[in-house]
Write a protein that binds this ligand. Structure first.
Ligand code: ZN
Length: 448
């Protein structure tokens, strides 16, 4: 495994998990904020993130077309409750922001229990957990409450109030470009839209912010672009705003669910054979992670948008246990007790190793790809550099055969079963002889 290129101090902090504790505290600070796909909670979150890294906050007006979608009205909420006839608050948004279905329209009414029973959501499997529900794209309202609380409600009239506002405003996302030696980019996306939920959302924000800090503190070959936006509509909006530059994106990685202990899961790109699939799998294997590789499916987080056929970015997703595999998912049990500073630290360490590997990915193009070029007439058969002539020739043939701009030099080395440094040295010779060129200067090749 290659050494991690961070300063000694930062590495020491990571080793004693000081960074894990910093990330945990950051998540704890953000936990109480009521976030949604738009609104002041997202702005407040991004401003807090801005205290850690110099991200730009971008506002996109409601009604803006983004492919087949539109940026919705902005949603904000001041309070909400259900009160019984005696004036006792059964459910109060002030206690937990999961109590209101996100994007609920305003309501102020006295209703009999049977009139609004269908607007009450519970988790029948867990008596005390409040489920998390949303209604972004259909005008509706509702309350989420513990099953035990629902069972305590007797037939009768209740005052039901939701003080929310749905108005023309903006969708807000954050973006940070860390320029590297190359203008080709590695895109990292993490969603920002969940209210008081720790693993599903805040862990991803914490780990990617600290990853950005590491990358800001060193020199990188590729440029790294971080985007923090709401799920689905955020990645769609970013893609629509940046469609003309997508050719520069070499690899993309969606990061989420990184604070709850559990095995790392890497979800592959649709082809399953993009370079990022191979590079991430090798990092996980080299580190001895007990990781799971998941086949692509068109369900999940923002990788769905990045991997849609008209966009077709080579986007994988890294998480720990995915959404459908941990019981606390989308409930009040996904709180600060569920995530661990040590797990956040380990996730960051692994993401750094993945970024190191992606940053080291080098791509060549064979400039004489029709048949094998004649090596003898260029003097390339001569023995040099302590490598046996036979090995050197074989490495040349592998490089020439596989240098199509989409197979990285790491991948070719593994397949050819030669040392990466040997391939690098022979690639330089072939470059000098005019037979290979750096593919990063050209367009992104097919990811298939
Ligand atoms: Zn979620």
């Amino acid at each position: 495994m290659r050494s991690i290129r961070t300063s000694t101090d930062l590495l020491a902090l990571i080793m004693d998990n000081g960074v894990g504790q910093e990330m945990y505290q950051f998540a704890a600070d953000l936990f109480p904020i009521c976030r949604s796909i738009t609104g002041d909670g997202v702005r407040e979150t991004l401003r807090r993130m801005q205290q850690e890294v110099p991200l730009k906050i971008i506002e996109v007006p409601s009604g803006t077309d983004v492919f087949d979608w539109q940026v919705p009205l902005e949603w904000n909420i001041d309070g909400a409750y259900i009160e019984d006839a005696g004036g006792r608050r059964i459910v109060d948004f002030a206690d937990n922001n999961l109590h209101v279905v996100s994007y609920s329209v305003p309501v102020d009414a006295t209703l009999s229990l049977q009139d609004f029973d269908e607007k009450l959501y519970v988790d029948p499997r867990h008596d005390d957990w409040i489920p998390y529900r949303t209604s972004y794209y259909s005008q509706d309202w509702g309350f989420c409450l513990a099953q035990s609380v629902r069972e305590s409600m007797r037939p009768g009239d209740f005052r039901v109030k939701i003080e929310s506002r749905l108005e023309k405003g903006n969708l807000t996302y954050g973006e940070l470009l860390i320029p590297g030696q190359s203008s080709s980019e590695i895109l990292i996306y993490s969603h920002t839209c969940h209210p008081s939920l720790a693993n599903d959302n805040l862990s991803g924000l914490a780990v990617t912010i600290w990853l950005a800090k590491v990358l800001l503190g060193r020199s990188n070959r590729y440029s790294f672009r971080f985007v923090w936006g709401p799920g689905t509509i955020g990645s769609l909006t970013w893609l629509a705003n940046n469609e003309s530059m997508l050719g520069k994106v070499k690899h993309a990685l969606v990061c989420c669910l990184l604070g709850r202990p559990g095995a790392l899961h890497y979800k592959q790109t649709p082809s399953g054979v993009s370079d990022i699939d191979e590079l991430v799998a090798c990092v996980l294997k080299d580190r001895g992670e007990d990781a799971v590789l998941l086949d692509f499916e068109p369900y999940g987080y923002d990788e769905r948008q990045f991997c849609s056929p008209g966009i077709s970015l080579p986007a994988g997703r890294i998480s720990r246990l995915p959404n459908d595999q941990y019981p606390e998912y989308h409930s009040s049990a996904d709180n600060m007790d569920l995530i661990r500073s040590s797990t956040l630290g380990e996730s960051l360490d692994c993401l750094q190793a993945i970024c190191d590997e992606l940053d080291a990915s080098k791509y060549y193009l064979n400039k004489s790809p029709k048949g094998e070029p004649q090596l003898g007439k260029r003097g390339l058969y001569d023995a040099v550099g302590g490598m046996s002539p036979k090995d050197r020739q074989l490495i040349m043939l592998w490089l020439l055969n596989q240098s199509d701009g989409v197979h990285s030099i790491q991948r070719i080395a593994r397949r050819a079963e030669f040392d990466l440094d040997q391939l690098r040295s022979v690639a330089k010779e072939l470059e000098g002889a005019g037979l290979l060129m750096d593919a990063d200067t050209g367009q992104r090749g097919s990811t298939k």
